[in-house]
Structure formats: C-alpha cells, structure tokens
Design a protein around this ligand. Structure first.
Ligand code: ZN
Length: 472
C-alpha cells in the first residue's frame, strides 16, 4: 500500500501544475484519497496523543509538563523531517490550582452537603487558605445583581446559574452565550459587595463534574475567589435557595498566581518548493487545563498538526508554499502564544518579502470531522465551497463562515489579511469533556481522530495548491 502511494505521488508530482483560484482537479481527489488512506491505515496521531496525554499529562502554561510537552513536540517535528524546528519565546502566566477546593452547603445543625467544585483559572484562593462562609444568592444574569438590594448582595456568595442554551445546534455558540458568567462573574459579584462566586459549569451535561476555565478580574474592583460548580450541584443549590433564602455555603481554595515564566511556541518549518516566501501556518495549542489530560482540548489539535507533516512526507507531497507547523502556548489563560506569533508575523512582513497567506487551526476536539469554519473574503470562501464534491466521499459537508480559532485569530490584523480556517468536528459532545477531569485520552476515538487529521491535511493541501497569491 505504502509503495503504491509513494509512486502515485511521484507520478502526480512530476505533472503537478497548481491551478490557483480554480476548481479542484482530478489530481486533488487522488491526493485526498492518498491522505485518508495513509491516516487511516498507518496513522500515528492516536499514539502521539497517548504519549502527550499519558506520558506527559496535562500542560498548564508555566508548568513543568508544559515545558516537557514543548520538547516532545519539537522532537516529533524533527523526527518527521521538518526543515527547521525552533522555539519562539513567550512569557506566560504561572498559576497553580493548589490542593484544596472545597465547598459545602450548610443545611442545618452540623449537616453539610459537599458540592463538586474546582477553582476557575486565575482565581485567588480564600484568604489565608481558610474557608469563608456566607449566604448564597442565585442569579442567571450578571445584570440581575445591580437590581438587588445591597443588603442582600453584601457579604454574600453568588451562584451564577444560567445554563448553556440547549436549543442552539452549535454548542460553541451556547458556550459563548454563557461564558460571561465564568469570565466576568467574579468581578460583577465583587462590585456589589459579594465575597465569593460559584459559576455553573459550561456544559450541557448534567453531572457532578466541575469544568474549569479562564476568568478575569476587572481593574479596581476587589478580587474575590471564584470556582466552577457542577451542573447537578448548581441546579440543586438554586432549588435549595428557593426553599431557604438564608442558606449558607462555605468555600475554601488554595490556588495561587506566581511570576510569569518563559515558555514558547514550538515551530516547525517546511520550505515551499515554488513560493517559499508565502507562509501557510497550521497548528493547535500545546497548553491545556490542569485537570484531565487536555486530550480533546487541545491534544487532538496538536497531534492533527504533527500528523499533517507526517502525512505529506509519507505520500510524497511537496508543498508549494512554506508550511509552518505551530504548537501554540497559553491559549487557555491569555492567548499570549497566538498574540506573540501574530506580532512576529507582522515584523516578518515588514522586514522581508514574506507574506502570511493563510492559517489553519484545529482546536475543537478530536471528534468526527464535519468540515471547516472559514474566516476569509468572499472570493476565497467561494473557492473553498467548490471543494464540496471533492470532500463528499469523506462525509465532509460544512463550509461555514465563522471563527477559525483563538490562537490564529490575532493574525487578522495583518495586511493583507490572511485566510483563516478552522477544522470543525462534530461539537455535540465536546463540552461534556471540555476543561474537566474527563478530558482524557480514553474519551478520544482513534478513527475519529484520524479522520480529523486527514481532513485537516486535505485543507492544507488544497489551500497550498489553489490559494491565489496576493496581488503585488
Ligand atoms: Zn482549546
């Protein structure tokens, strides 16, 4: 099988004439078949994910395991034959969860019910790491707090309890619609005198898993500790408050922030054969939250990216443009990797003939791929939509406009603006695992992961072949 693919690609390579800005060719469909064959029969994405999640584990920015993952990523890129592998230094936050995150509802005379919580990323601990205890009040929207009497909010612990909207088909939109509670809830609560915040986990699943994630303190508002609470406990607590408006909860956490640490983006480069000054970036983020193993978020995107390099070498595809394989650091709590990458890209474009033509990201899980989220002008969106027949045999049908990915989004500011594309896997189960202790290797399906890698590779190849060069 392999020998056949090599010779097929060699034959194709000889007669290769890219047709920029034009519809797909028969040669494209042969390349796609070769990519999917290789990924599904000889794929290494799944074993790479096992190494990343099981041998290295979770990889929060600033941690030793994140540094270890950087070394591992660089080593795999070298092993797969990248022309150049380097680290782009990035100063990242260093926050640790600590060992204690306890919350209890105080029911009556010494009867307590434990609540499943975990600190939100960036939260301060409780003062002196001692427990705090206060009346708990529940709201669904941040703005409700401003309408409540101050004597109610002062000194309270606020439960933010708005579920993700179940009727939205795109779970990412439902997540985005509930995100303000996690991102800004603590400061909204502190602004009305609250001393702690509990935020309903951002998931459709009804279970006892708390889902962490980044939160941010507003300037000049006192900082109060904030934790994610499981959906089951949030619903239970909200009901209990209706029965007993004086219900109290306790909260104790010893999370802590330290000085920033230097880590970096891992970058592997493969110089293009025809248009080496035109760059196509592809990547995922290497950092993850520190509960679970960062398997779907974003171990999948990391191994997808590495697999594209391996797949192209294996089928004998020689890219026309320079490909940059990037494992970004710090997507989860700052996006400093993505921001630094875009800053460096702007400098490169200022000081050389280099043009950043396109960037692709896989950061939506290792589930069965459905298609792409395209952030591009009309011409290129239309071009990508001519690929529908080409992708039909692989059950890839989505060519939607939308956010392509957090790490690559700062590249939007470049002039000319690069085409941004996100791999779009099925998202219905993503938030069951996202940022929780269940985001582990065992919850990623081998074939689905491999199909994602192949689909990601196919998009890179087609953009390399058909994207028009920028007009001088
Ligand atoms: Zn992610």
């Amino acid at each position: 099988m392999r020998i056949f693919l090599y010779s097929l690609a060699t034959i194709l390579g000889v007669s290769l004439h890219a047709q920029e800005g034009q519809s797909p060719t028969n040669q494209d469909s042969l390349f796609l078949r070769a990519i999917y064959n290789e990924a599904l029969s000889e794929g290494e994405a799944y074993e790479n994910l096992r190494t990343l999640t099981k041998d290295i584990g979770h990889r929060l920015s600033g941690s030793n395991s994140a540094a270890q993952a950087m070394e591992w990523g660089a080593e795999v890129m070298r092993g797969y034959g990248a022309d150049d592998v380097r680290i782009m230094p990035v100063m990242v936050p260093h926050w640790t969860r600590g060992t204690t995150a306890v919350s209890e509802a105080i029911l009556s005379e010494g009867i307590k019910r434990p609540l499943h919580i975990t600190a939100l990323g960036g939260s301060i601990g409780t003062a002196g790491n001692d427990p705090i205890q206060a009346r708990v009040i529940a709201v669904k929207h941040l703005a409700e707090l401003d309408t409540m009497p101050r004597e109610l909010t002062e000194g309270s612990i606020v439960l933010f309890n708005r579920p993700m909207n179940p009727v939205l088909i795109n779970t990412g939109s439902a997540y985005g619609g509930a995100y303000d509670q996690r991102g800004n809830g603590a400061s909204a609560a502190a602004a009305v005198g609250a001393i702690g915040a509990l935020v309903r986990s951002l998931t459709h699943a009804l279970d006892t898993l708390p889902h962490t994630g980044a939160m941010k303190y507003a300037e000049s508002i006192p900082r109060i500790p904030a934790a994610a609470i499981s959906t089951v406990d949030a619903s239970w607590l909200a009901n209990m408050i209706k029965e007993n408006p004086h219900l109290e909860v306790s909260l104790q956490m010893d999370c802590e922030a330290f000085e920033d640490v230097e880590q970096g983006n891992v970058i592997g480069e493969w110089i293009g054969s025809e248009l080496p000054h035109e760059i196509i970036t592809l990547g995922g983020h290497l950092d993850s939250w520190d509960i679970g193993e960062g398997a779907h978020d974003d171990g999948a995107g990391v191994v997808h990216t590495l697999e594209v390099l391996r797949l192209f070498k294996a089928i004998g595809y020689q890219p026309r443009r320079t490909l940059r394989f990037v494992l970004f650091i710090n997507e989860e709590n700052g996006n400093r990797g993505g921001i630094t990458y875009a800053e460096q890209a702007a400098l490169e474009m200022e000081n050389s003939t280099i043009v950043h033509l396109a960037a692709l990201e896989s950061d939506a899980g290792g589930f069965v791929p459905r298609g792409f989220r395209i952030d591009a002008n009309d011409e290129i969106t239309k071009l990508m939509r001519t690929w529908t027949d080409l992708f039909d045999p692989y059950n890839i049908h989505q060519f939607r406009r939308g956010g392509a990915g957090v790490d690559i989004s700062p590249l939007k500011n470049l002039e000319p603006r690069p085409t941004l594309v996100g791999l779009s896997p099925d998202g219905q189960r993503y938030f069951d695992f996202h940022h929780s202790a269940q985001d582990i290797f065992e919850n990623v399906h081998k074939r689905e992961l491999e199909l994602g890698a192949a689909t990601f590779a196919a998009a890179v190849l087609l953009l390399d072949q058909h994207l028009p060069s920028p007009k001088p």
